[in-house]
Design a protein around this ligand. Sequence first.
Ligand code: SF4
Length: 361
Amino acid sequence: MIRGWCPTAWRPMAAGDGLLVRVRPKLGRLTREQVTGLCEAAIAHGNGQIDATNRANLQIRGVDAWEPLIEKLCDLGLVDRDPVAEARRAILVAPDWRTGDDTHRIATELMQRLSELPDLPGKVGFAIDAGDTPVLHAAPADFRIERGADGDLILRAEGRETGARIAGGEVDALIGLAHWFVDTGGADVGRMARHDAVLPMIATIRPRAPITETAYQAGTAHGLPFGRIDAAALAAFMRTSGATAIRVTPWRTLIVEGGAPGVMLGREDSATVRVDACVGAPACPQASVATRDLAIRLAPHVVGRLHVSGCAKGCARSAPADVVLTGNAGRFDLGFVARAGDLPALAGLDAPAVLAHFGAA
Ligand code: SF4
């Protein structure tokens, strides 16, 4: 198991089905031209599928020709030609931002000041969640700007329930906290949530009660089962639907700007939209079990969120799920309201036993 490793476009990861290349769209948004180019690249150089991740990134798997792919992604403006800047641009934004609002303003400034950040561990990232109500509370991030209970913006370190009020200078504060994290040994610990050093700020403000966003002003949400979309289908959708851009959310949905009403891309109401499942075996060499076929069969029988993970790393979902199955030496561990790899309620189940347990056999 490789912990702390996070592939980027410049550091693709070797997986069982070829290289995995991760794209981080700026502000989580791609224009029609970028979407079309990305689809062409996934078809020409990958396995023709595009995956949306829980960090609102897009991944191309099965890549056999990385150099022409990276060139194309740079030309499209989806990857920074500077690998250091690309690695530092781990910025998750609340997807319903509007031009000029606090989320857009802060994320844009942070992107312009990436050179001021220290080198951070690969999984460490920022969440700019400055709308009226936090929506990214369950999405993975280490340093968060969000709305405090009294309506002011706060800076909150992951793992702490309260943050510090900031009035202007949000990016200065983020950069300062990132330097403090490194200076106090956080890089050795790996993630902010595990770093228990005393914060360099007075953090007493609770964030506003979060919501899970269900309606968007920016466009129409299209759910992607397992976060996967066929690149040819997405390209055809962009040609025919009138869509002008898409935004990627950390919830494996795409928000389509400007598309004709009623023209759907994914299956918004499918039970599988409530499911997180990584690619599992055989695509991932760390998986000892196949995941997605089991997840499809199980989904209609599970109440709440289902997470099927090929191993304890839990790539598909970092937050707890109502039901979690974790591959372990060719069998499944079963847990409830838990993360992949947490202490299970039942262990050593094969797939038929799992199905039988939920009445899905
Ligand atoms: S969680 Fe899934 S995709 Fe991630 S390393 Fe484990 S088996 Fe592979």
